[in-house]
Every structure is written in C-alpha cells, then in structure tokens.
Design a protein around this ligand. Structure first.
Ligand SMILES: Nc1ncnc2c1ncn2[C@@H]1O[C@H](COP(=O)(O)OP(=O)(O)OP(=O)(O)O)[C@@H](O)[C@H]1O
Ligand SMILES: [Mg+2]
Length: 289
C-alpha cells in the first residue's frame, strides 16, 4: 500500500490519528496491494476527511483486506458488523442485560459496534451491506450523514460520533441472495470499485501471502488467472472463477499436491456448471500438464 503521494494535510491527519490511538498493526500484517495506486490514495483521502466509503467488488477481490489496510494506515481500531437477514438494531447498537452489582440486580446496556465506534472515534466496518433486510439499516441514516448522530432507541441516549469516526462498508453486488443497495443508503458513501488484480501485482500478492514460494510456479498461476479472467470477461465463467482467495488456496495446496489437482478443488470445484468446470480444467492442463 503506497500512500507516500498523499497531500500533506492528509498525512498530518494520519499522523495525528496514529498518535491518538497508539495502535500498532500486527508485525506480520500484509497490506492490500493495488493495481492502481489512485484507489488506495483516494480511499485514504476519503477516510481522512471522515467520509464513509463503500468498497464494491466480487468475492475474494480484497475488499476486507483493503479496509483492514486502511485501518492499519490510520492506526485506528475497527469494529465490525456482518450483515445478514438476521441483523437487527441490537446487533448494531447493543442490548440490555442483567448484572449483579453490589449484591443488587441491575440492568446494564452493553454497547454494540456502532455506538462503540462512534463514541471512541474508531472505524466501523459493515460487511455485505446489501445482505441486511431493507428496513434494518435506515436506522443508521443519521449516523451516515452530516448529523453523525443517533438516538439510541434502547437507552434514549443521543450519541454523536467523534470526528475520526468513519464507516467502511463492503458490497458484492449481483451475488445470489443480495438485493440492490437502497439508493438513500448508497448515497451516503463514496464508492470505490475493487476489481480482481492481475499480472505483476497479482504475482506480488501471491508471493507475499502464499506458502508456495516457487517463482516460476507462481508465474504460471498468474497466467492461469489471466486466462480465467478472459473467460469471465467473455461470459463463459462466473466472476468468482477469478477470485484471488481461491487462487491463493490453489497456490498453497500446490506446495504439496500437483497444481492441476489443487486447481480442481480450489477453483473448479466451486463452480456449479459442468461446462464451466471443464473450462477451468482445460486451462489448468494447458499451464500445468
Ligand atoms: N489486492 C490485494 N492485495 C492483497 N491481498 C489481496 C488482494 N486481493 C486479494 N487479496 C487476498 O485475497 C484474499 C481475499 O481477500 P478479501 O477477503 O479481502 O476479499 P473480499 O473482497 O473481502 O471477499 P468477500 O466479498 O468474499 O468477503 C485474502 O487472503 C487477501 O489477503
Ligand atoms: Mg470480505
């Protein structure tokens, strides 16, 4: 992640936050590597300015990795919400519980990720934001716009976000079971497209994250990925066939089993259609037979 080209005032904000939170990313942390530095640069500017960002891209394209990397860059702790049809206000805002204190039974409110992030000026990561039921997230509208405020319905408390609070959300549009994102919700975000990486950048990610360290094999996997992407672009394979996550799994397995078999289970096996599986096997044979 190269953000050395950021404007000075943005650098100053990042430095200030690092000091404020005294947070250190784990030493072995592998940052997101971008095909195009503008993506990371622009996302970092948006986060520095307190704007909510929406990372949009297919499964395994690095959305979560990019969000984690931005958090590490700003030195800010992150609270997370995973959206599903079961997500409710309590999972976001918190819940009441009974505690024993001084030999008395009391009701206490346990703050949820939204309230904690707002009060501490931390980051909030909302994953799969379009998996939530349409009526669930509008409760956050005031949090996500200029008001940056919510009246907690469980306590009546009015919570205003600290200036460094920002929301990062991820969405995989077109994924089965997801609805298109509500327009008013989407309107509250700066949107960044996160495509699958390729070529030399992909090589760098594989080299950095796979246990397979053989350069020539890794280059073959990069070529395989290029061919898979061409078939995805021509509509003959679904988008997830070029997932970086699946490719990393295949590379890892290929340290100990033949690459063709690794590709069979890590990539072809995830596809439903027999013709699609055959297409992946064909490409695997051309590069590894
Ligand atoms: N550009 C990249 N730089 C570094 N790592 C990457 C990149 N792209 C993908 N990866 C790696 O690929 C894997 C999948 O990435 P990640 O989990 O962030 O995907 P995602 O977009 O959040 O997927 P999903 O929508 O399924 O949650 C991780 O191991 C991640 O480290
Ligand atoms: Mg993710």
């Amino acid at each position: 992640m190269n953000i050395s080209t950021l404007p000075q005032p943005i650098h100053a904000i990042i430095e200030q936050r690092k000091q404020q939170f005294q947070y250190a990313a784990p030493e072995a942390f592998q940052a997101y590597i971008a095909q195009n530095d503008d993506l990371v640069n622009d996302a970092a500017v948006a986060v520095a300015l307190g704007k909510n960002i929406l990372l949009k891209g297919p499964t395994g394209s690095g959305k979560t990795k990019l969000a984690e990397s931005l958090a590490a860059q700003f030195g800010q702790p992150v609270h997370s919400i995973n959206c599903s049809v079961d997500l409710d206000a309590e999972a976001m805002l918190g819940f009441k519980t009974i505690v024993e204190k001084d030999e008395q039974t009391q009701i206490e409110f346990v703050e949820g990720p939204v309230i904690q992030a707002m009060k501490n000026g931390h980051l909030l990561y909302i994953d799969e934001i379009n998996m939530a039921k349409p009526e669930t997230l509008p409760i956050l509208n005031g949090v996500l716009d200029y008001r940056r405020q919510i009246t907690n319905p469980f306590t009546g408390e009015v919570v205003t976000a600290k200036p460094s609070f920002t929301v990062m959300a991820a969405v995989n549009e077109g994924y089965a079971g997801t609805a298109p994102m509500n327009e008013a919700l989407k309107n509250r975000f700066i949107v960044f497209d996160i495509p699958y990486i390729s070529g030399g950048v992909l090589f760098d990610v594989l080299k950095q994250q796979s246990i397979l360290q053989n350069d020539s094999l890794l280059r073959q996997f990069v070529s395989l990925s290029g061919d898979l992407t061409s078939l995805v672009e021509s509509g003959r394979l679904p988008e997830e066939a070029s997932s970086i996550r699946a490719l990393l799994d295949a590379c890892d397995l290929a340290l100990y089993i033949p690459p063709v078999r690794a590709i069979e289970s890590a990539i072809a096996g995830k596809l439903d259609d027999e013709r699609e599986k055959a297409a992946v096997r064909n490409i695997a044979e051309t590069w590894f037979a």
